[in-house]
Write a new protein. Sequence first.
Length: 158
Amino acid sequence: MQTRTTTLTSLTVTAVLALGATACASGAPAAPVAEPAPVTPVATRTPAAAPSAAAPQTPGAPAPVPGGIPPTPDAATTAKYIAALTAIDPEIVDNKPDRAVSRGRDQCTSIGTWPNDRQRLLDLTEQRFTSSRHPDGFGPAKTSRILDVVHASLCPTY
């Protein structure tokens, strides 16, 4: 049995080498191998995540990556965003504007992923936007306003 397996393996190797030598010795230049196209994960491919021509972009807001995290906003957009959150409740920003921007950008990813699931977006907003005095979020009314400010300010085309 060992001899038969060894013989079969030797024949297979010989055949592969012979085919390889024939292909290399044909004299024809090898055709370039095309790189495979990148595949977008299914979770990020949502029709509603594509930018809409009808949805105006806030002046100064960075161009978003549909379904992904948007770029860091410029200073003017950041100032308007922080002012809008502070108007809802100063504790949302809590003197940490970088954290508020980071949480908002993360929320944009969720908006792009689940654009038609407002309840899920509200739940995620309440989990993301917390403070020491509001460890469980800011309640339904403020959470809804926070979500609207994030969407309008940081990722209006999502």
